[in-house]
Design a protein around this ligand. Structure first.
Ligand SMILES: Cc1cc2nc3c(=O)[nH]c(=O)nc-3n(C[C@H](O)[C@H](O)[C@H](O)COP(=O)(O)OP(=O)(O)OC[C@H]3O[C@@H](n4cnc5c(N)ncnc54)[C@H](O)[C@@H]3O)c2cc1C
Length: 502
């Protein structure tokens, strides 16, 4: 009798345990299975003669997409010829790298689009640590090349999918600690101007064109090749911690004082609606001299990471699940070893939206330290009020840019990088436009700027207030390219015939 009772109690406990376990583990598993099931590649091919960018919101008819030949001499000759033909026919020319800008920055309606991607050769000067690279090369081609030679990129974005030409033309930045944007690593480049002549631009030669074409959005000419400074690849150790947002900067600065040799840093904010921006995970990578530098490998668990990330679109449950997973799993990652190149060599493909109905749009705001908490407080209202479907917010630090003309980091900035999901409809885009303008207003109010390669939702007035040098920038564009051969949607909205207005 006693044994029977005991056995029954064990069965009841086991059954209860399975129910609890099923609830705790079953719900997330079912959720992730549902996300994976729905996540098919629905990206449609464009009709012949049409182009778009990664936003899939800029489908436009062009007269031609012209592939630059890989051979340098042939490319120079044929590009010169193409520019003369375009001028004679009154056609506009836009320049395209990997087309990950999102506002038609690579597109002009009815124009010729120059596709730089085949122009991708490179050579390392091992003595001077200078990479000579054609502008169509993507980081995903460059990193393995440098890895074999023990070198790495000094400054680039957080992903490897972009071209050198596109990266320097927006003057990108990354999460390399204590670094200004990429222009600071450019020694020189060759620029083909609108009349087909080629000039070398550096801090010593054609200095003004150097500062205009870096961050120049393809408006001053075609950047043919770039001399980029590189540095040794390194073995890095990860340290992570989760802190409340209030005081996060102070605690980060204390860490930096204790261990100043940190190489890469980024932070991720909590986006679960009921804890919006209340906590932050800070990831810091330190040099580790305890062994060899790991070789480049395929990034792991991409399917699971994609399911967790994609699942957070339109799902508050997943936003919480993701935060829980990251904050609970993070402690086990502490002390993990990576190579610098491995960290830089992630493609955007693992998380990009492939649905026919919706797309993901990036935003980025650069705020001086004194304005950061005020800006964040405003975002806490603006995003929910506009029902913005936020997928991710990372925070990075960008040092002062002393090189480019249209610069966003005219002082040290805290960069808030935000990824939103939205339906691919005109109505959803109009709602996003309203929210974007409110966020830009908040950024300007707190002494900051917004990043230019994304949707063209800012008003002309907002662009001019965020970038007081914009009018002169567009005047200089017309000085160097009087026939306005190089054009794109960014120039059409903010530059063409707009200088002096408002
Ligand atoms: C998912 C995602 C993540 C991102 N992460 C970051 C980040 O971490 N940090 C950051 O700073 N930015 C980031 N960006 C923005 C990105 O850096 C820019 O959109 C960059 O321009 C992409 O490079 P691309 O080769 O796709 O350029 P494209 O979009 O092809 O071109 C961008 C601009 O450069 C011009 N251009 C391109 N090649 C040349 C050339 N050879 N000569 C002259 N002009 C040229 C084009 O005309 C255009 O105006 C991100 C974007 C996406 C979509």
């Amino acid at each position: 009798m006693f044994h029977l009772k005991k056995r029954r109690r064990i069965w009841v406990l086991l059954a209860a345990g399975f129910v609890v376990l099923g609830f705790v583990v079953g719900r997330p598993i079912l959720h992730l299975m549902r996300v994976t099931w729905k996540d098919t590649d629905q990206i449609q091919k464009l009709p012949l003669g049409y182009v778009d960018d990664v936003s899939r919101m800029n489908k436009t008819k062009v007269s031609e997409v012209w592939d630059v030949p890989g051979d340098g001499l042939a490319a120079e000759e044929q590009l010169g010829e193409l520019l003369r033909k375009a001028q004679a026919a009154g056609l506009r020319v836009s320049i395209a790298g990997a087309r990950h800008s999102m506002g038609g920055h690579t597109i002009y309606p009815g124009g010729i689009m120059i596709n730089m991607l085949p122009f991708n050769r490179m050579k390392l000067d091992e003595e001077r640590n200078i990479l000579h690279v054609q502008a169509g090369a993507r980081w995903s081609e460059i990193i393995p090349y440098l890895d074999k030679r023990g070198r790495s990129i000094e400054v680039m974005q957080s992903d490897n999918s972009f071209t050198v030409g596109g990266s320097v033309s927006v003057n990108c930045h990354g999460w390399q600690y204590g670094r200004p944007p990429i222009a600071s690593t450019v020694e020189s480049f060759h620029l083909m101007k609108a009349d087909g002549t080629i000039v070398l631009c550096s801090r010593a030669e054609n200095r003004q064109l150097f500062s205009l074409a870096l961050g120049g959005y393809g408006l001053f000419g075609i950047i043919l090749d770039v001399d980029l400074r590189v540095l040794p690849n390194e073995r890095l150790r990860l340290e992570q911690y989760v802190v409340p947002i209030d005081g996060a900067l102070q605690s980060f600065e204390r860490k930096i004082l204790q261990s100043p040799d940190v190489r890469m840093v980024y932070a991720r904010l909590n986006i679960a609606p009921d804890k919006l921006f209340q906590e932050v995970i800070i990831s810091m990578f330190y040099p580790d001299r305890g062994g060899d530098i790991p070789g480049l490998a395929e990034p792991g668990s991409l399917k699971l990471r994609r399911a967790v990330f994609r699942g957070s679109a339109e799902s508050d449950y997943d936003k919480e699940l993701r935060w829980e997973a990251e904050t609970k799993i993070q402690p086990f990652l502490a002390g993990k070893i990576f190579s610098r190149n491995q960290l830089l060599n992630e493609s955007v493909d693992w998380y990009l939206n492939r649905s026919a109905e919706s797309t993901d749009i990036l935003h980025e705001y650069f705020i001086p330290r004194a304005g950061a908490s005020g800006f964040l407080s405003e975002l806490r209202n603006i995003v929910p009020k506009n029902r913005g479907d936020l997928l991710n917010v990372t925070v990075r630090l960008v040092e002062t840019d002393n090189d480019t003309f249209l610069r966003y980091a005219d002082q040290p900035m805290i960069a808030f990088v935000m990824f939103f999901n939205q339906p691919r409809t005109a109505a959803a885009d109009s709602r996003m436009e309203i929210m974007t303008q409110e966020m830009i207003e908040a950024a300007i109010k707190h002494g900051g700027r917004y990043y230019l390669p994304y949707r063209l939702h800012a008003t002309v007035d907002q662009l001019q207030r965020a970038y007081p040098q914009a009018r002169e920038f567009f005047d200089l564009k017309r000085h160097y390219d009087p026939q306005e051969v190089f054009q794109n949607e960014f120039y059409v909205k903010y530059g063409r015939n707009k200088a002096g207005e408002q």
